[in-house]
Design a protein around this ligand. Sequence first.
Ligand code: BEZ
Ligand code: FE
Length: 305
Amino acid sequence: MDQHKEKSLANGSRNLADEDLTQAVLASFGDSKSERFRQVVQSLVGHLHAFVKDVELTEEEWFRSIDFLTRTGHITDNKPPELILPSDVLGVSMLVIEINNKKPPEATASTVFGPFFVENSPRFANGDDLANGASGEPCFIQGRVLSITGKPIPDARIDVWQADDQGFYDVQYKELSQSRSRGHLYSDAEGRYYFWSVRPEAYPIPGDGPVGELLDTANRSHMRPAHVHFMIKAPGYKTLITHVFKEGDQYLGSDAVFGVKSSLITSFERHEPGIALDGKQMDVPYYTMNYDFILVPAEERDSVQ
Ligand code: BEZ
Ligand code: FE
């Protein structure tokens, strides 16, 4: 290290520019209480400084970035909250999911959690109608919860949530206090689950805040292809957070949050009025969707739910 550099670093955080500044900031985290914290923050600082230098960020651009984050953070009364959306539209959410959910190809892929999950959704029994008045054509959804060796997993808790045929989740209807097309149920002794809901429709992610502006500036679509969200928990298995997407949806190739995986796409088959698979007399056309979820064993460090 040259004399000048040694002197400026020894001086702490005074009179620093460019590389010395980066080195001083990195060094300031050298004594962090947690090794993992040190590693993460030093890497973040290194990449942030390199990014600022790479694009030679102007002061105006920097102010606009801070304003973007401030406005995003201030939207706290929105349902869903805006703060998760930058991570989603920048692909960071999917990247974190990919890194943390490596599994054999036969296991069901994970995808984004999204902002529309609600804790303590109502409990249903297999065969029930979760729609509870949601707008849309009836859809019978069924499948099994299995291990990667094909063993049925009974008593798995299956949380379900989805948009209606207008592309809205129940929580987006301000006047609505009940759940619609949202609930949880348990797989039966053969690992089977089955319930009624409505066929979901594609929808735009919330676009009235800074993230909507970002997508517009980038000439990007706000749309997510139609899907049903599932979260499946079973003792001894890693919790699965995923969606099942509707085959043929026009937005499968341009999901605003990069969440689509081919293995998660399936057909929603249309049926004329008649007796449905569960024996229910249907006086209107209806759809069926069939999807098996394959869970991987919990890792040592995962707690059993
Ligand atoms: C969703 O699928 O519910 C969702 C995911 C990411 C951003 C917005 C919505
Ligand atoms: Fe969704």
